[in-house]
Design a protein around this ligand. Structure first.
Ligand code: GUN
Length: 296
């Protein structure tokens, strides 16, 4: 069997086009321009790349982008004061604090100081609780994008066996909640899971989010399963620097029914869903009907 390749780049472009349409309508009919504020502390090169890319795409879909770059050594009080200002700014509908933060800052405290309705990352404890209890919330972007691709490929997920490998707060745990919300039977596997190959082989849906290059080989995959590879790992092969996922693509794509490639799979969906969340937050803040198909 040769797997269908799920084209995240094209899917994400479709989401951004939908977002752009909603933004244009909000401007025309309501005189509102959605705004996304991104806070970056320090000079981490990967974070700078992400933030630049977020800013560019925010503007491309017609929204306002506000970037706040703070020195590596900024004190917590100053960062909290900035978040308080953004919380109270009616032009700002979404706030994202780029992670990781320098170690002298309390990331949990910082994230939980964001107004939950503007928390477009879905990391605030209140959004985590709302998602876990099946209530309307802001949903973390990478799991939301992964869910959209699964629904698009499979239709109903009801009754399917899903394995999420990885238990992070950013991907693994919210992904499991979303799959449960769609009536999957969900297993969360992690570094201490016994007989991981056996657990993975049972699954109709495999979401790999561990951050270990190519740790899931093709012979762990049940024939015909749908594989979502969240990993983005930089490695060197044959003297060249390349990106690989958490799944060994060459072998897995011979067994799976469908698979996301790396790059070009889940990656582009994350920013597209961030923009979708910002439009959703803007509509909710203004008591307007929120766009269909852009939330869980
Ligand atoms: N750093 C890496 N990914 C993310 C993300 O999705 N959100 C935030 N805030 N920081 C990140």
């Amino acid at each position: 069997m040769t797997a269908k390749i799920i084209d995240g780049k094209a899917f994400a472009a479709g989401i951004r086009a939908k977002v752009a349409g909603h933004v244009a309508r909000l401007k025309e009919e309501n005189g509102i321009t959605p705004g996304l504020a991104v806070v970056l502390v320090g000079e981490d090169p990967a974070s700078q790349v992400y933030v630049r890319s977020k800013g560019k795409m925010t503007v491309e879909v017609g929204m306002n982008s506000y970037e706040h770059k703070l020195d590596e050594g900024v004190d917590q009080g100053a960062l909290l004061a900035l978040i308080d200002r953004l919380n109270n700014d009616p032009e700002v509908h979404g706030i994202l604090v780029q992670l990781p933060l320098p170690r002298h800052l309390d990331a949990d405290l910082v994230i939980n100081s964001i107004n939950p309705e503007k928390d477009v990352d879905g990391f605030h404890i209140s959004n985590v609780g709302l998602l876990g209890t099946g209530q309307k919330s802001m949903v973390p972007c990478t799991p939301l994008g992964s869910l959209m691709m699964l629904r698009d490929h499979l239709g109903s997920l009801s009754g399917l066996d899903a394995v999420v490998i990885g238990r992070s707060n950013i991907v693994g745990k919210p992904m499991a909640q979303l799959l449960l919300g769609d009536s999957c039977t969900v297993t969360i596997a992690h570094s201490r899971t016994k007989d991981l190959p056996v657990v993975v082989r049972r699954a109709d849906i495999v979401v790999a989010a561990v951050g270990r290059p190519e740790m899931v080989p093709g012979d762990w995959i049940k024939p015909g399963a749908t594989v979502i590879d969240v990993g983005i790992n930089r490695i060197e092969r044959d003297g060249k620097k390349i990106l690989v996922g958490d799944v060994e693509f060459a072998s897995a794509s011979k067994v799976a029914g469908a698979i996301t490639p790396v790059p070009g799979g889940v990656g582009p969906m994350t920013i597209a869903c961030l923009l979708a969340n910002t439009v959703t937050a803007c509509c909710r803040a203004n008591g307007l009907t929120e766009p269909e198909g852009l939330t869980a």
